[in-house]
Each structure stands twice: as C-alpha cells, then as structure tokens.
Design a protein around this ligand. Structure first.
Ligand SMILES: [Fe+2]
Length: 374
C-alpha cells in the first residue's frame, strides 16, 4: 500500500478552507511542511500521524470510574488458562505467551487489568492486535475507561483516541527539544498526561515499525520506589500534594506550529496515591509533568523533587527494559509506573507506534487531607 501522501495533501487543502472558521486552528508553514514529508515504506500508512483535526476541544469531563480489575477473578482463569508467563524482574514486568488480547472475553479483559496492576507491566509477543483495525482497538480500550484524547499529539485519522508516536528522518516534532538540550542523555521519565484530573490507568502500546536495535522503553515501579523509602520519610510524603502541569508540553508543540486543541490543566495530585483495587501505595510524581510541591518554598520543592527523580532514575533494581518485536503489545498501569523512551537509535530510521490511553479515577490519596489542604 502506497504511503498516505495523497491523503496528507487533501488534509492540507481542507486546512486552507478551515481558515474561515475562527474556532479552528491553523498549522503553521513549518509544521505543515514537516507534515508533508512522510517517507515511503511505512508498514501502516493508515496509522501515520494526523494533525488536521484542528478543532478546539472542550476540557475533559469528570466521570465515575469503575476499575475493571475490581470485577476480576483473582485466579485469572480466563486470561491465563492457556498462557505461560515469565517474570522479567521481581518487581516489575512479566512476559505473557499463549494469549491473544484481541480474543479475550470481558472477563479476560478484567483479569488483564488486575494482572497489569499486580505486575505493573505486561509484555505480549506475536499479537494480531495491530491488524484488527482502529474500531476494534478502540472498543477494547473503552473496556478500561473513558479514552483520553491528547491535547497536542498526533492521532490516527478518524480516531482521536489513538495517539501516534512517530519519528523518521524528516518528521520529529521533538528534535529541537533534543538538539537544543545540553543534557548528557535523552532519557525523560514521566507518567503519561499526569496533569489530567483523571490520569491514565491500564494503557496499551503497540509497535508498527521499529528499528532492529534500539528504541526500547524503560519502566520503573513507583510502588517499589515508594517501598524503598524509610517509614518516617513515607509518612512525610503521604501528607503532600504536588502540581502537575501540561503547559510546557503544550507550549513546545505550539512553538513547533502544532495545534493545541485543548488547553492543558494544572492539577494537584497526592504525592502518594493508592491503587483502587490492589490497595498498593505508589509515588505519584514525575519529572515530565510535576512542577512543585504545594505549600513548599521553591528551594524546598526543587530539592525534594530532585531527590525523588534521582531515586527513580537510579533504581535499576526496580526497573525493566521493554523491547519490541513485530507483534509486541505492552500494557502498563500508568498509576504505578513511570517510563522513558530510549532514543538511542539511528535518527534516519523509522519508529512508529500507537498508544491507547484509558483514564482512571482521580488519584486516591494515601491519607485523607484536611479541607484546607485540598
Ligand atoms: Fe509516555
């Protein structure tokens, strides 16, 4: 199948027409030019990044979240009846073989949520998930909660719930972020869109095109990161809240000429949250989006957050490295892990993946805050 250049051209034409409507946004010339330069050879052109939906979107509505893991049979007899599992590390990550996610019953999907919460990350090989089509992929995602639509990222044409992660030689919206950086490493630990009032829960990620070597993802258990701390320090953290912000991400994309379809919120979340089903406590701060500790002076906040970010980054004994092969699907619980892309591969190669991001509950604090702290 030929690359989707024609569609891209049509999209650009429709953008020109959209200028008459002041409620719509325009991609600027630089971004439009980058948008036109997808190389031939994409295995899944229908999943190429699509930026042309430039409508302004309303803020996300709050909703009652019932976690599917709460309905799950603890023995996981539906999910694992024909499966073999192998833990990758003691604290995080399990490879599951003998299961097709696309074939799971509702009960099996419930058990997948519970198993993911228990192991933090599951890695499925040889899945047909990437070939079942956007409609069915979205349907499976909706089993886990209201699907997040990203305020700035590209999505699959016609499916705003499918966020596209894409990079090739000519298309890299984050290139300036890296080339302008004077950092020693491109690692960037975060929990996806934690600035939302109801941040993501059981999250799916599957690869469409991947370099033979490199482009892995690192994950860290924020449960074990919390458990390693002294009881005295844990108690201090449990009493704190932090501000998470998507403003920097939105500003970066706006500077690239990309549409910011929904203004990202700044949200206070507890620094220690409790999983609604397993009851495990996890640290809930991340370098990508957490900006400050509520009520602390700047130096106090910066010092505490720097300590916690270092603790997470150095925790190789509670991290796992996920690798991709054709057909790999990774499922993780965004409430319990942080992750970082490993951007170590040749910039001339293509990496193309899709993320399906169900939202969970508003984070449950480990202790009940007094009204003055809320
Ligand atoms: Fe991410």
């Amino acid at each position: 199948m030929a690359p989707d250049i024609e569609t891209v051209a049509k999209n650009s034409e429709s953008l020109e027409k959209d200028t008459s409507d002041s409620t719509r946004l325009m991609l600027n010339d630089n971004f439009k030019e980058m948008f036109m330069k997808f190389e031939d050879g994409s295995s899944y052109p229908e999943y190429l990044p699509y930026y042309a939906n430039t409508d302004k979107w309303p803020q996300l509505e709050l909703f009652d979240h019932v976690d599917p893991a709460s309905r799950a049979d603890k023995s996981k007899s539906n999910l694992l009846k024909n499966a073999e599992t192998q833990d990758l590390t003691p604290y995080i990550g399990t490879v599951v073989e003998g299961v097709q996610i696309s074939q799971l019953s509702k009960e099996g999907l419930d058990e997948l949520a519970l198993f993911t919460a228990e192991r933090k990350l599951l890695l499925f090989r040889d899945q047909d998930f990437k070939d079942i089509g956007p409609k069915r992929q979205v349907e499976i995602g909706r089993h886990y909660g209201s699907l997040h639509t990203h305020p700035t990222a590209a999505h699959v044409k016609g499916h705003t719930e499918l966020a596209v992660v894409y990079r090739d030689a000519k298309h890299n919206p984050y290139k300036d972020l890296y080339t302008a950086s004077n950092r020693l490493t491109k690692l960037s630990w975060h929990s996806d869109v934690s600035y939302e009032r109801q941040p993501p829960s059981t999250t799916f990620f599957w690869s469409l095109d991947q370099p033979d070597v490199g482009g892995d993802t690192l994950y860290v258990s924020m449960v074990e990161a919390y458990n390693r701390l002294s009881p005295e320090f844990q108690e201090v953290l449990q009493g704190l809240r932090a501000v998470h912000s998507g403003v920097r991400q939105a500003e970066h994309m706006r500077n690239q000429g990309a549409p910011v379809r929904r203004e990202p919120p700044e949200t206070e979340h507890p620094v220690v949250r409790v999983h609604p089903v397993t009851g495990e406590k996890s640290l809930y701060i991340n370098q990508g989006f957490t900006r400050r500790i509520v009520g602390f002076k700047d130096e106090e906040s910066d010092t505490l957050l720097k300590f916690l970010y270092d603790h997470i980054a150095k925790g190789a004994d509670f991290q796992v490295r996920a690798t991709y092969k054709p057909g790999t699907v990774i499922v993780w619980d965004n409430r319990l892990v942080c992750h970082s892309a490993v951007s170590d591969f040749d910039p001339n190669l293509r990496r193309h993946a899709i993320r399906l991001t169900p939202q969970g509950e508003a984070p449950i604090p480990a202790i009940v805050f007094s009204k003055s702290k809320m």
